[in-house]
Write a protein that binds this ligand. Sequence first.
Ligand SMILES: Cc1cc2nc3c(=O)[nH]c(=O)nc-3n(C[C@H](O)[C@H](O)[C@H](O)COP(=O)(O)OP(=O)(O)OC[C@H]3O[C@@H](n4cnc5c(N)ncnc54)[C@H](O)[C@@H]3O)c2cc1C
Length: 565
Amino acid sequence: MPQHDILVIGAGLAGMRAALEAHRQGASVGVISKVHPVRSHSNAAQGGINAAMPEEGAEDTWESHAFDTVKGSDYLGDQDAIEIMAREAPDELIQLEHMGVIFNRDERGRLGARSFGGASFARTFFVADITGQAILHVMYEQLMKAQIYVYEEWFVTSLIMDDGACRGAVAIDMLSGKMEAIQAKAVIMASGGLGRVYEPSTNALICTGDGISLAYRVGAPLMDMEMVQYHPTTLPSNGALLSEAARGDGAYLINSEGERFMGNPRNPYHAPNKMELASRDVVSRAERVEIDEGRGVNGAVLLDCRHLGREMIMERLSQVRDLGIQFSGVDIVDDPIPIVPGMHYQMGGIKTDVEGKTSVLGLYAAGECACISLHGGNRLGANSLLETVIFGRRAGSDAAQYAKNIDLPRLSEAVQSDEEKRIQEILSRESNGDVAAKMRLELGQSMHKNVAVFRDAEGMLETQAKVAELKERYGKVAVQDRGRVYNSSLLFVLELGYMIDCAEAIVASALDRKESRGAHTRLDYPERDDENWLKHIMVYYQPGEPRIDHSPVTITHWQPQERKY
Ligand SMILES: Cc1cc2nc3c(=O)[nH]c(=O)nc-3n(C[C@H](O)[C@H](O)[C@H](O)COP(=O)(O)OP(=O)(O)OC[C@H]3O[C@@H](n4cnc5c(N)ncnc54)[C@H](O)[C@@H]3O)c2cc1C
């Protein structure tokens, strides 16, 4: 049985940052990823990473960054965690620079920032519109330099529990099909988001909520799962993202009348001060209203970049331009491009404390799969990359210290053989005509129809019934390919199981929250209700329906106020 002090599941930014820190503190570390590390979804991040950097010439402060985040969260974010993020951001950014990330500079040669939604200052630092890719590649270099062992293209199927604590994971080596139990004193889950529970989504096809479900199944509660972010600018054809950087750099949103609707009081979600740079939940709602009230263009509104000029677009938004040309046949230099709100990010996830600890001993979580509740009801753009590096580092550090004080467990060989039997049972099922890909599409479309920008009980109950039906069908779905080598058909079935767990938790939480807050806007409960709902929703796994509980929101400095942009 391979063994490490720390096993990190996921080689995106959170996982690699955690691994580097644990290694620095002397732990032996293994990192496992179902794709090559630089193909993790962090690679797709375009717009940038936030930090209040007064030393770079702005009048910004960490308090302002923290307050903007609290307000962006619609006061559901936990303020102790938000304070840590805002305070530690500048140092973390400088560390990234020292590792080798070549951030854009301003005309004076200082780090140059762009504006992002919901922010009081331009504090989003960036590398053109390929920020995630730039950071991820540098982080991978660091991982190689530290000679940290990577299980590349290994797929985790379950967590190993021993005497109430998490002590490793069982995984399939995709190349050979071989299964292996990997032992560890502590496991850090850094498996990314669940975007593909929705269809379409801006997320890569691999974002299927695996780690969220794995942790949930061993008893870690999920928190804020009802808070699903729809991004205001996604392509109608395939759901691909056009970065907020476009609006950050000055692009307009216009309706069929050519009007910047974010400034028109006719729209209940207009934002006279921030206009296009109100927070994402607000802008997505405003767009939906324009489209639903007949001021859209073929079911979309328009993102207009023409006035930015060719030179600026080529220098700072070239990927946005390429995406528009490739998938919509529109060159943003010459024409406005149709966009719609689309599923983008999961604010909720595995509940952790500020050191990344979950409530399961030995199990940590960091990055998009985790919920420290930095983002509460709505994440501000460019706070997520920041979360991955700060809280990845913190989880790596705490796990390394924890591992120092315990011995490696003596696990029984049955851990592996039991899991092999479970997978073999799935592989040997006879087809009943149902196909995992079809079920996945049914799931995603139902979520997108009913648990989206606007929600109500009727629609959510319909999706709840759909999820229950899929859960039932899932127990019998067969794998089309019975081979061992690169059996993507098997992995697809396993991913579907993870996605169904995530969907069930989202719908249960969304039905529970009887108010409108952040990304959770209910037509049947249109007002925010601080008296009854200024609290987190926690979901626990149990056979049958999940169990729901509530926990208080941590407030340090900022009492809830009316939220206006
Ligand atoms: C298109 C797009 C643009 C974005 N732009 C920005 C931006 O500009 N700024 C910002 O702050 N945020 C942005 N975000 C959000 C941000 O990129 C993500 O939240 C963040 O990168 C997630 O990092 P992570 O390390 O948590 O997970 P990921 O980078 O998604 O990595 C997850 C890892 O887990 C592994 N994994 C998952 N399941 C398994 C399994 N079963 N077995 C083995 N390995 C597994 C994967 O292989 C992968 O290595 C964007 C997101 C998208 C989709």
